[in-house]
Design a protein around this ligand. Structure first.
Ligand SMILES: [Zn+2]
Length: 176
């Protein structure tokens, strides 16, 4: 168990964002592999704000750190999506997703997908990232020529890391 450096909430290591101090500033350690002293922070705007205030005494802009963290998580997720896809943990396309029986995973909707399609594909128990990526970004991550409007990542194998990271991004985005 770890403790949030801002609100002191206790939780599993995987559920926190990890920041390391780099050249006097906090840097989000997306993959959890950077050396040095780390700070665990809840994936929320409020805790990032409080953490910055407490540890960096007004020398760091919390809004800037929030924006950078969202950006870093998005980039890392696209990287993980490529890996998950290569390992066979992804299902691409509306019809294939519709027929799925997976109990857990992440559903990605591109920002231009219609509400009707979204409604058709959403499922209870699945984490949904709606409009976080463009269909081009999703297509690129899957190494497809075409764009991808809907992608499902199963919470198995490499898809587990994807799930954890997607959960943090989802929480971060909905906290503001
Ligand atoms: Zn917290």
């Amino acid at each position: 168990m770890r403790r949030c450096a801002a609100c002191r909430r206790e939780a599993e290591k995987e559920s926190f964002l990890r920041f390391v101090e780099f050249e006097g500033k906090p840097l989000l350690d997306v993959a959890g592999k950077l050396p040095g002293r780390g700070f665990n922070v809840c994936p929320s705007y409020g805790c990032i704000r409080q953490f910055v205030k407490r540890q960096f005494k007004g020398k760091v802009d919390p809004d800037g750190l929030y924006t950078e963290s969202v950006k870093a998580l998005k980039e890392y997720l696209l990287h993980l999506l490529s890996l998950a896809h290569k390992s066979g943990a992804t299902v691409v396309g509306q019809d294939s997703i519709k027929g799925l029986t997976s109990p857990e995973g992440v559903l990605l909707f591109a920002d231009d997908l219609s509400d009707k399609t979204k409604k058709r594909l959403r499922r209870e128990g699945w984490l949904t990232l709606d409009g976080v990526f463009t269909s081009e970004e999703l297509g690129n991550a899957l190494r497809k020529e075409r764009r991808a409007g809907a992608v499902f990542v199963e919470r198995v194998g490499l898809g587990r890391k994807f799930y954890e990271t997607a959960k943090k991004l989802h929480s971060l985005l909905s906290s503001r």
